[in-house]
Structure formats: structure tokens, C-alpha cells
Design a binder for this molecule. Structure first.
Ligand SMILES: *Cc1c(COP(=O)(O)O)cnc(C)c1O
Length: 372
């Protein structure tokens, strides 16, 4: 089945008890078992398994072309589970421009726990190769990366990782399987913030790990999920699964709108630079064309005049809301450096835009009046 069909149907069936076409939300914490404690209906206790979570996990695995998935309460919990599945002494190669929270987890939690970490420029394959060592177990990639939307060649980095005996994990949050399929390009695991495009409506947090194979490493992630307990609620799983129904169509619209906005901004005299993989001027546009079917809804703009000029634009927009996060129906804008604080690598004149599902002409007109 094709992506649009899977997005509607994967992991779902008409409820056997009632005929409900949309799945009920199973709030129960516990499920009736047999006198000898076997549970032939598959459910025992909601932390170890819940019908809404199972439906979401099945759907995520199918959409991604994977063998299994584990859903978490947030992407940060999913990310932490992948690192916890390693052992102290293992070495990880991660992007210099990893999602801010992923870098923070590695530096503040997993380095003290015993992981060795090197942060490298993932667009520089020689640098990636140079960072690999005997103890390297995992190469983490995130493409396009936040907030400059630089593109990593997934197939090339996965091949380098495999050559060194390491796994390759791809955070696919910014594009989703509707636009980019890391497992098909050689990644072993995909990590998601379902908080973003999968939920798609800015009203639920969640994360997931999707695995190409149901192997020992994935079983460890599963144990960390169920024993550690950072699970999403049944309602959260239901909301994410509902969001996914429209994912391929939303991603197309986000991408079309973002290309319109990026093209407008690139020609504006008050703009110093636009970062969007869909522009021919983007340094990795050729790789983006090869591994993405469209370029997503995220872009950044550097405003002439520095930090104060960027703040002035943020103060004048009317349709865009100044808020962090992305992937929802409403367009958002933020000065990334101030959100990230002292440790930021974001340029001071940069605004990050999450392009929503409003009419593109309204978004362009709003930015035109805000830029002046
Ligand atoms: C938002 C985000 C995360 C973290 O998601 P949470 O659900 O807030 O933990 C991880 N990776 C990327 C790329 C993100 O955008």
C-alpha cells in the first residue's frame, strides 16, 4: 500500500465489540486475565501494553518500512532510550547541530553516565569517517538539521557507520516518512518527535523509535520503554494516530507553502540569507533532491541589521505566532538564539519559521509587512 493509504489504515481496524470505525480510547490501567495469569487477549497492564499504543506502534513501523516501533512520552524519552540501550564506554558520533535537547542529553546526562561522544559536521563525510573508532556503536544523524536546515547524506553516513561496525540512527522529525525514508537509505533506527508533524496539530507530545529489525538492540529499547515507564498515555497515542491520517497531505501542503515563503524571502532586500533545502541555492540541494520527495515546512531567515532587526520583525508579524516548536497547522516564528540561551550555535540575526497550513499569500503578505 502507498503512504496515503497506510496513513489512514495502518494499525487500525473496526472495533470488534461495537463496530466503531474510529478506535475507542482504552483508558483502563489493567486488563482481565485468566485465573492462571495468562492473558490470551494480549493485554495485562497498561504500562507494558495498551491497544492505543499498539495501534500507533504498528502504524509507525508500517509507515517507516520498519519491523517494529516503540512509542514514548516525548522524543527526548525516545532519544534517551536509544542512548541507554548502549553501554558505558561506548562511543557515539553525533551532529554538531543536533537538536538542542539531544546535544544536552548527551553532554549533561550520558557523558557523565559513561558514553564517549564526538560532535561532528555531518555534511563533511571525511570528518564523520575521522571520528569513527573501535568503540563507536552509534552514529546519530538529523536531517535537515535545526536551525540551518543543513542536509546530511543518509546513505553515505549509514555506509560509513556500518563500515565501522556501528548503527546509524536518524532523527526524522523535520520531514517524516512522508518525505524521507531513512531505513530504505540504510539507517538502522529512526527517532521521532511525534509532537511535531505526526501529531500535527500542536496538541500532543510524544516520541518514537522505529527499528529496521526486531533485533537485540530494539528489544533493549523495548525493555527501557516498558520497565522505565516513559510511555505515552492512551489518549496521546490516539491523538497521534489521528494526526497521522492526514500526514502525507499535510506534508505536501507544508512543503508547498514553505517553498513559496522561502522564494519570497530570498528575493527580499532586507533579508541576508534564507536557509531552506528546497532552494537551488542551498549548499546541499542536490542531496536533498535525491533523498527527499519534498523539502518540508521548516526554514530560517537571517534579517539584515542583526539581532534587533530580527526582534523587530518578530514583533510585527500578525499571522505568525512567536512560539517555539513546529509541525502544527499554525505558522510559528522564533528567534532561535534567545530560546537556546548561552550555549546556542544559532546566528543572532536568525528567525526560524515553521510554515503552517494557512494560505501562502497570507503568510507572504504578513512577512512583507513585518519586514517593511
Ligand atoms: C522537538 C524535537 C525533539 C524533541 O521532542 P520532544 O517531544 O519535545 O522531546 C527531538 N528532535 C527534533 C528534531 C525535534 O524537533
Amino acid at each position: 500500500m502507498r503512504m496515503e493509504t497506510l496513513a489512514v489504515h495502518a494499525g487500525l481496524k473496526v472495533d470488534a465489540a461495537t463496530g466503531a470505525v474510529v478506535p475507542p480510547i482504552h483508558a483502563a490501567t489493567t486488563f482481565e486475565h485468566e485465573p492462571d495469569s495468562t492473558y490470551p487477549r494480549g493485554f495485562l497492564y497498561s504500562r507494558s501494553g495498551n491497544p492505543n499504543r499498539n495501534a500507533l506502534e504498528e502504524c509507525l513501523a508500517e509507515l517507516e518500512g520498519g519491523a517494529a516501533a516503540a512509542a514514548f512520552a516525548s522524543a527526548s524519552a525516545a532519544t534517551a532510550a536509544v542512548f541507554q540501550a548502549l553501554a558505558p564506554g561506548d562511543h557515539v558520533v553525533a551532529p554538531l547541530d543536533a537538536y538542542f535537547g539531544t546535544g544536552k542529553l548527551l553532554r549533561d546526562v550520558f557523558a557523565p553516565w559513561g558514553l564517549a561522544v564526538d560532535f561532528v559536521d555531518m555534511t563533511d563525510l571525511a570528518a564523520v569517517k575521522g571520528a569513527l573508532r573501535q568503540a563507536t556503536k552509534l552514529v546519530w544523524i538529523e536531517t535537515p538539521s535545526n536551525p540551518l536546515w543543513r542536509v546530511t547524506d543518509i546513505a553515505a553516513v549509514a555506509a560509513l557507520a556500518h563500515g565501522a561496525g556501528a548503527q546509524c540512527v536518524c532523527d526524522n522529525t523535520a520531514t517524516t516518512s512522508a518525505l524521507q525514508r531513512p531505513l530504505a537509505l540504510g539507517a538502522d533506527l529512526v527517532v521521532y518527535a511525534t509532537t511535531k508533524y505526526l501529531g500535527g496539530h500542536g496538541d500532543v507530545m510524544g516520541g518514537a523509535v522505529v527499528a529496521a529489525r526486531r533485533d537485540a538492540f530494539f528489544e533493549r529499547v523495548r525493555t527501557i520503554q516498558t520497565a522505565g515507564g516513559a510511555i505515552p498515555s492512551p489518549f496521546d497515542c490516539w491523538l497521534v494516530r489521528r494526526g497521522i491520517r492526514t500526514l502525507p497531505w499535510r506534508m505536501r501542503a507544508h512543503s508547498d507553502n514553505a517553498l513559496r515563503v522561502a522564494t519570497f524571502l530570498a528575493a527580499h532586500p532586507r533579508v541576508a540569507a534564507v536557509h531552506y533545502p528546497g532552494l537551488a541555492s542551498h549548499p546541499q540541494h542536490a542531496i536533498a533532491r535525491r533523498q527527499m520527495t519534498a523539502f518540508g515546512g521548516m526554514l530560517s531567515v537571517q534579517v539584515r541589521g542583526g539581532r534587533d532587526a530580527a526582534f523587530a520583525v518578530a514583533g510585527k508579524v500578525r499571522i505568525f505566532t512567536c512560539a517555539t516548536s513546529f509541525g502544527s497547522t499554525e505558522s510559528l516564528l522564533e528567534h532561535r538564539a534567545s530560546v537556546e540561551g548561552a550555549a546556542t550555535r544559532s546566528p543572532d540575526d536568525l528567525l526560524r519559521l515553521s510554515i503552517g497550513l494557512e494560505h501562502p499569500d497570507d503568510l507572504v503578505e504578513d512577512l512583507a509587512q513585518a519586514l517593511g
